[in-house]
Design a protein around this ligand. Structure first.
Ligand code: UDP
Ligand code: MN
Length: 342
């Protein structure tokens, strides 16, 4: 039988084919394998992108930090002065008197007030003059304020050695605040608005101001750390105030602390003569004003979740003892610099 292909030819043909394939492979290798320069360029490009990613990471971190940062005092001040239409104003009447701790107390209170919208601070110094300490403090406070002064006459003024309960404090100052408010309200429309008597050394929750803002007549709530108790509070039964949780003189018509109520400004205008007085016995300031405003127990609007939450504390700042000032004089010949405002 005649063979189609001789085996030797087949082997020859196979070898030629394999050789051609190898030559072809080698010839193409150069084309498949990029030049060294191209490799370098690729690596450079990669590095450029890596660098851009690193830069983007830095920017992201910076933006994150900015987002989390506290707003600057300047931006808080700007914010404070924005009047929000339709939101009732809060007029805060604060008597204040000169003492070593005064500025510290005022700074602390002002930082609370900076968080409250539509608030106007009426601050009345128990002094013959508007002192530089308070004037300068108010100028830089970023708050809306009115600054007045009236001195408590010596016969009713508490002295350094008197126990603090002996005489009423801040009476003429609160009355001066009420007077300003009434006069201003007659000149321009202030309503809807509410007035609150805020002593300069108490502690106020921001929430308290939102509770009082929509007072129709008089709103009330508990006060912490007062009256020798953990707190004092109106007693609320089915949404109505029926009496007072207080140890001391519960028979008072309104047996609560000054920090425990706020009044609608309209009520002040309807009763133009209602005010505080130095002529009543201890603990009757609040009752004097509210009785003068024709308020009944049934008028009281319990706030702070039906008087179940403490949002204000009658804290008192400890009197600083300067026991080392004299020792310092003996030791170094001089005490601390009296020109330094504390
Ligand atoms: N006050 C005042 N003149 C004084 C004493 C006090 O104007 O001679 C102010 C004081 O700065 C505060 C308020 O009246 O805003 C109540 O006084 P204080 O805090 O001493 O009273 P307490 O804490 O004993 O109720
Ligand atoms: Mn106080």
């Amino acid at each position: 039988m005649k063979r189609l292909v001789h085996p030797r030819r087949f082997v020859q043909f196979y070898l030629v084919l394999v050789t051609c394939a190898v030559i072809l492979l080698l010839a193409n290798y150069a084309a498949w394998c990029p030049e060294e320069e191209e490799i370098k360029a690729g690596q450079d490009l990669l590095e450029t992108y890596r660098e851009r990613i690193r830069e983007a990471d830095v920017t992201i971190n910076q933006l994150n930090a900015k987002l989390r940062a506290r707003p600057s005092l300047e931006s808080i001040h700007k914010h404070q002065n924005e009047y929000i239409p339709g939101l009732p104003m809060i007029y805060l009447i604060t008597p204040t008197h000169s003492r070593l701790e005064q500025k510290a107390d005022l700074v602390r209170l002002s930082y609370t007030l900076l968080h409250v919208y539509n608030i106007h601070w009426i601050i009345i110094e128990d002094s013959d003059i508007k002192t530089p300490v308070v004037s300068n403090f108010l100028k830089t406070s970023g708050l809306n304020y009115t600054h007045r002064n009236v001195k408590t006459p010596p016969e009713v003024k508490l002295t350094d050695t008197d126990p603090n309960w002996l005489k009423p404090r801040g009476v003429l100052q609160r009355n001066a605040g009420l007077q300003w408010l009434r006069e201003t309200a007659l000149k321009k429309k202030l309503e809807p608005a509410v007035v609150y008597f805020a002593d300069d050394d108490n502690t106020y929750s921001m929430q308290l101001f939102e509770e009082m803002r929509y007072t129709r007549k008089v709103s009330v709530w508990p006060v912490g750390l007062v009256g020798g108790l953990r707190y004092e509070s109106p007693i609320v039964v089915r949404g109505t105030v029926t009496g007072w949780f207080t140890y001391w003189k519960p028979q008072r018509p309104f047996a609560m602390d000054m920090a425990g109520f706020a009044v609608n400004v309209r009520l002040l205008l309807q009763h133009p003569n209602a005010q505080f007085t130095n002529a009543v016995q201890r603990g009757y300031q609040e009752s004097t004003l509210l009785s003068g405003l024709g308020v009944m127990l049934s008028d009281l609007e319990p706030k702070a979740n039906g008087c179940s939450k403490i949002l204000v504390w009658h804290t008192r700042t400890e009197k600083t003892k300067l026991k080392n000032e004299d020792k310092m004089k003996q030791k170094l010949g001089r005490g601390s610099d009296l020109n330094m405002e504390v």
